[in-house]
Write a protein that binds this ligand. Structure first.
Ligand SMILES: [Zn+2]
Length: 277
């Protein structure tokens, strides 16, 4: 029965770059490479050959900490800001990609604004959690250096605290499509860093990894986060690269804290891809 073959031009084979078609929970390309859909609904498009470690990306502990922290709403102002930008520049027919989606927290924020949303991340643990929780989004495991999507498939891409590989992002972005990046601004988590490093440095925000697209808008989002329990602080810490520098003594001290105030400082940039000839 041919009706059970669903064309899915969205995904491409990570081994030979040809389009994948979905047939009874298996994605298959013309060269017969196949990838099974997991019971949670995501598809693993990261071939063993492309893995540089057994479980690349954030581990389960980091993923759990991030989810617990984000669920508390500390980054709600960031969500509001990126939703506003989408409403100003995007459209309801946009096909969205969250590149480096983690456990899907940002991915699903647009579910009421468009109905075609994809998230990709190299960390399988995170993608599994995302797919379980956000059924209306399409999740896959894949690498940002070889995105498992066809050329120009997306009209809106997010890169939130993820590595920004311009050429590959640009390849899957439609002409005149948008790329929104969120990176740490100068004082992001400064107070937390001060507890860990003898001399906490400010983030260097001068360099942008995007050189070929047009910067449409750049804005800074700066606010204070007030914590009243140690668990939220240690969860926040676990999300950061400086978690590895923490001593057990400091961790115990942080856990016992009942008052802590820390700056959130984000740099939000919106780029537009120019017309290709
Ligand atoms: Zn193939």
């Amino acid at each position: 029965m041919t009706s059970e073959v669903m064309p899915s031009p969205n995904y491409r084979c990570p081994l030979c770059n040809s389009s994948l078609a979905l047939k009874v929970k298996t994605y298959r390309c013309d060269n017969n490479h196949c990838f099974d859909q997991a019971k949670e609904g995501y598809v693993n498009l990261l071939p063993v050959q492309h893995k540089h470690s057994k479980s690349p990306g954030d581990n389960k502990t980091m993923v759990d900490a991030r989810r617990a922290f984000l669920d508390k709403g500390y980054y709600q102002p960031l969500i509001d800001e990126i939703t506003n930008l989408y409403q100003e520049f995007g459209d309801s027919k946009a096909t969205i990609l969250d590149a480096g989606c983690g456990e899907g927290f940002y991915t699903h924020q647009h579910k009421n604004l468009t109905n075609s949303i994809y998230g990709v991340d190299i960390a399988k643990d995170a993608v599994k959690i995302a797919a379980k929780r956000y059924k209306t989004c399409n999740f896959s495991v894949g690498t940002l250096s070889n995105l498992p999507f066809n050329d120009r498939f997306f009209s809106w891409i997010y890169s939130i605290y993820a590595p920004i590989l311009e050429d590959e992002l640009s390849r899957v972005l439609s002409n005149n499509g948008y790329l929104l990046t969120v990176t740490p601004a100068e004082n992001h988590l400064f107070e937390l860093k001060s507890l860990i490093y003898r001399e906490a440095r400010e983030h260097n925000t001068a360099k942008t990894p995007i050189t070929k697209m047009t910067l449409v808008k750049e804005q800074r989002l700066h606010y204070q986060m007030d914590f009243n329990n140690g668990e939220d602080i240690t969860n926040l810490l676990a999300m950061t690269p400086f978690a590895f520098k923490t001593t057990p003594e400091l961790l115990t001290k942080l856990k016992a804290k009942t008052q802590f105030s820390c700056q959130a400082d984000f740099l939000i940039r919106l780029y537009q891809k120019d017309d290709e000839n």
